[in-house]
Every structure is written in structure tokens, then in C-alpha cells.
Design a protein around this ligand. Structure first.
Ligand code: SF4
Length: 317
């Protein structure tokens, strides 16, 4: 079967760095043990499983504060999504070691927000409710940073501050973010626009929007919790306008989708937190798939998830 490999796809620099930081922490004997991940390091259950097998405990809870409340010893690892600054202080006060795997693009947004707050602005922040990245950004100053999830959130704001800016979670849809920013301008004409979709997210979304080859089926590989994966599905539905399915691994693939007589070419992309080996296995499977030959239909994933953990480079003397 024909496969269109949408490029770029998969891991971004922030995820690669975060995984390397956790792998290095496992090997670092100077860090207090156990190692606790404060929420999933990136939103992918295969990654979480791989680190669990390596002895790193992923803690979950209502929010980062609630999770931190449960930790009394060892080391906490902050995920790529970042964290509110006061929680870092709280962790230090508890005597915990802290490893920070926050993506540099998330820190860039935090720095912009901090600067605007210092200059007296109120900040409108477009993001997803209950997602750790908005939680960390809004935690910089929850009185002056306002979560925006839809137009109604903008309409119902009662702000007298003339200094206003609007920014966003790094992994939002480019299209939805632009629409919400335009709506904010209509309501608050003086508002400053600071678009913080990260380059990795933008490039992966543009690759879908600009796909010129005809695909009969689109597969987005990624976790149900991954925001950037969801946005790829959303854009595929809007722009490629063909059946789009999201799967986490080869085993999730519904063979009936490939057996459909209309399906001859499949386009594949993956979210920024999706391990490359999961996507590669799916691509190889579909390339060898033959509707007429049942021996090519066995889609049990054989990926060794320990291969998701990057190798730690050791110093040589
Ligand atoms: S999607 Fe963007 S912000 Fe998120 S980890 Fe990757 S590069 Fe960083």
C-alpha cells in the first residue's frame, strides 16, 4: 500500500531533551531517590510505561500542586509542559531535589508573560482547561493572567486595565488561536498580540494544511491526551477532508480501515510526543500491507518500549 510520510512529524526538540533529561536522572547517583515525575513527562502512555519499567514513578493528580503535596522525599522531575514558579520554591522548601525538563519554548512564553506582568499588563492566555502547560503559565500570576478557551471567555471578561496582551499555549491550533486573537482585538482594540505557537507545532500543522498529494486515509499517531496530536487530527479533518484516525501504536490500527476498497494511499503523521519507533513500525506495516494477502494483516506491535528511553552518553576520560 502507498504511504505518504507527512514531514515534519513526531518528536520535537523539547520532547527529545525532556526524555534525555529523565534518562540522565536515572543514571545520576547524586540525585535523591526515588525519582518522581510530576505528571507525565510528555503526554504519551508508551513513554510513561517505558520509564515506569526503568523505575521512575509518574505521579498523577488533579493538578501539579495536588501532586506535589503527595511527595515527601526524593527528586521531582518537572515535565516538558513547565510548572508554576511558586511550586519550585515549595519543592525546595520540602528538601526535594528538582530536575527541570521544561521545554525552552515554554520558558520563552513564561519570560514574556513575566515581563508583561511587571509592566502592569493583564494577560489573556489561550489554552486548554486542566492542561499542565496553562496551569504553569497562569501560575505565574493567577490574578492577572486569564485563561481563554473560547470567545465567550473573552466576552465575559470585566477588565478595566488598558494594558492588555493575549498569548497562548504553545501547542494550540494555529487557526483557532488566530480566530480567538482576532476576536480579542474586536472586543479590546488596544490588545497586544503575542503568538506563542512553538515552531515545532506550527511546522507539523502547516505540513497537514499544505499537503498536496491525495490521501484516502490519514493516520495520526499519538496519545489521546496529547494536545498537539489532537490539533493534527482536527486540522486533518478540516483541510485534508478525508477519514482521519488517531492511534497510539500499530496494535490500535483497525485493519478494516485498510481493507476498505477506496483506500489505496495512506498519509501518516504523528504528534510531537510520539516515539519515532511507534510511527516507523506503523509505516513499515502499511507499506507491506496487501489487501489480497492475509499473511500481511497481523498488526500486533512488537516494539520493545525500553527502546523509547534514549541512551545516556557517558563521559570518556
Ligand atoms: S511541542 Fe513545542 S513547546 Fe511542546 S515540547 Fe515540543 S517544542 Fe516544546
Amino acid at each position: 500500500m502507498q504511504v505518504i510520510k507527512i514531514t515534519p512529524r513526531g518528536y520535537c526538540h523539547g520532547v527529545v531533551t525532556a526524555l534525555q533529561i529523565v534518562a540522565q536522572s536515572i543514571e545520576n547517583n547524586e540525585l535523591k531517590k526515588p525519582l518522581f515525575l510530576l505528571g507525565e513527562i510528555v503526554h504519551n502512555q508508551n513513554v510513561t510505561k517505558a520509564f515506569k519499567q526503568a523505575g521512575v514513578v509518574t505521579l498523577t493528580g488533579e493538578n501539579r500542586r495536588a501532586i506535589l503535596d503527595t511527595v515527601t522525599r526524593g527528586t521531582i522531575i518537572v515535565s516538558a509542559h513547565g510548572i508554576a514558579p511558586d511550586l519550585i520554591i515549595e519543592a525546595k522548601n520540602k528538601g526535594l531535589d528538582i530536575v527541570d525538563a521544561t521545554c525552552s519554548d515554554v520558558y520563552k512564553t513564561h519570560d514574556i508573560i513575566k515581563e508583561k506582568i511587571t509592566k502592569g499588563y493583564d494577560v489573556l492566555y489561550i489554552g486548554k482547561k486542566n492542561h499542565p502547560e496553562p496551569e504553569g503559565a497562569i501560575g505565574i500570576n493567577s490574578q492577572r493572567i486569564h485563561l481563554i478557551t473560547n470567545e465567550e471567555d473573552i466576552n465575559t471578561l470585566t477588565l478595566t486595565n488598558q494594558k492588555l496582551c493575549i498569548t497562548n499555549q504553545t501547542t494550540m491550533s494555529m487557526i483557532d488561536t488566530k480566530d480567538l486573537m482576532n476576536h480579542a482585538i474586536a472586543v479590546f482594540p488596544q490588545i497586544e498580540i503575542i503568538n506563542e505557537i512553538c515552531p515545532a507545532t506550527q511546522q507539523r500543522q502547516e505540513a497537514i494544511i499544505n499537503l498536496t498529494q491525495k490521501a484516502d486515509l490519514v493516520i495520526v499517531v499519538g496519545d489521546v491526551k496529547s494536545n498537539n496530536t489532537k490539533r493534527l487530527v482536527q486540522l486533518s479533518n478540516s483541510y485534508i477532508k478525508t477519514k482521519t484516525v488517531r492511534i497510539n501504536s500499530l496494535s490500535d490500527l483497525n485493519i478494516e480501515d485498510l481493507l476498505d476498497q477506496k483506500v489505496e494511499t495512506v498519509a501518516i503523521t504523528s504528534g510531537a510526543s510520539t516515539p519515532t519507533i511507534m510511527t516507523t513500525e506503523i509505516i513499515k506495516f502499511i507499506e507491506q500491507f496487501d489487501k489480497e494477502d492475509q499473511s500481511t494483516w497481523d498488526n500486533n506491535s512488537t516494539v520493545d518500549i525500553q527502546r523509547i528511553i534514549p541512551r545516556v552518553k557517558r563521559k570518556t576520560n
